[in-house]
Each structure stands twice: as C-alpha cells, then as structure tokens.
Design a protein. Structure first.
Length: 202
C-alpha cells in the first residue's frame, strides 16, 4: 500500500494546525477529528497540546472518549503531546476536579510540572538513546512520575521523564511541532509503516 497515511489530529482544542502542517510536510494526509465517525479509516492519531481538563470534558461531551480509547487499545498508532500525554496516561497526580484520562498508557503524570507559561523554554533532548537530539519546546509541561512495566523511557529533561512509549503508543511532554522538529512525527509514521507491513491475521 503506497497511499499517504491518513493521520487524525484531535481537533477539539489546542495546537491542531501546527500538527496538521507538520504531518502534511512529511507526506501524510491530516484528518481533523471532532466526531467518532472521523476515526474510521485512520492509520494513526495525534492528540495535541492544549488544556487537558478542557479536552477531557469535550471528549465526554461529544461522545468521543470511549471510541477514542477503543481505537488506541485496538492498535492505532498514537502520539500524545503535552496535554495529549496526560490524556493517554493511566492517572494524574494532581487532576482538575472530575478530570479523567483514557487510561491507555501505564504511566502517572504530574500536570504543569515545569512551571507556568512564563517559564516556557526550549531544549535539546537525547532521543531514544540513538540518533541526533530532538529540539523540544516545553510550555506548562507535565512530567511522567511513574513508568509502568513494559513502558520505554525515550527522553528526559532535567532528570525528569518527558517521553515514553509502549508498543504503538507514544507520549511526550513537549511540543516538537512548535520547533520544526520532525523526529517524533517521523517515529509515529514509522509505526504506521510497520503496521502496514505486518502480515494480516489469519
């Protein structure tokens, strides 16, 4: 299959346009996802940054939480950035009142661990123990405070875990789409290619 991968970008709130532009630059077809029907036929999914408690409320309001969770648990390659990492996580140390997560990645996170928006910064991070460093922007970024069995740590910043992966799910604390850093989205598209190349189940 040589067609461009169709990558959904959850488009309820947050940095949607920047992710869509980067995916298009890398040869993918971005699909803005606002309804459960728009999850059909996707090759991958991006959960962008934003306000995690707001996105959580909107997911439930629009009936998207369970279909989204089922899609990720069903094997859809998924990238969550900043608030997206919080949504993917198994739990939050300091949730907003009533805040829920998708519980698809066995990690615990702390929101806004790197301080307020005025404390935003850029940094170069070693990525996955190999290859060139990635350029990351941290904006009210969460950190991973607990890593479950089988979850791989891909990057740290100031000693804190800021990028994790397990199987087809990738969660990061930072914003590569704001620095022009393509390595993380390329990682997602490599997961798509591997899934397409895998033999079909009998």
């Amino acid at each position: 299959m040589s067609s461009a991968p169709r990558v959904g970008v959850l488009a309820l709130q947050g940095g949607v346009a920047e992710h869509a532009a980067m995916l298009r630059e890398l040869g993918a077809e971005p699909v803005l996802v606002r309804t459960s029907e728009q999850l059909a036929g996707l090759d991958a999914l991006v959960l962008p940054g934003g306000e995690s408690s707001t996105v959580d409320r909107l997911l439930r309001l629009f009936g998207l939480r369970e279909p989204l969770r089922e899609a990720v648990l069903g094997g859809l390659p998924t990238l969550g950035t900043c608030a997206g990492l919080i949504l993917l996580s198994g739990g939050i140390e300091d949730p907003a009142p009533g805040q829920q997560t998708l519980e698809v990645l066995d990690v615990t996170v702390a929101r806004n661990a790197f301080g307020a928006q005025t404390a935003s910064e850029e940094a170069e991070l070693a990525w996955g123990g190999e290859g060139p460093p990635v350029r990351a922007a941290f904006i009210r970024a969460p950190v991973v405070t607990r890593v479950g069995d089988g979850v791989e740590v891909l990057a740290r910043h100031r000693g804190e875990v800021v990028a994790v992966a397990r199987d087809h799910v990738l969660g990061i604390s930072f914003h590569p789409e704001l620095t022009g850093e393509t390595a993380v989205h390329e990682h997602l598209l490599a997961l798509v290619a591997a899934r397409r190349a895998a033999p079909a189940a009998p």
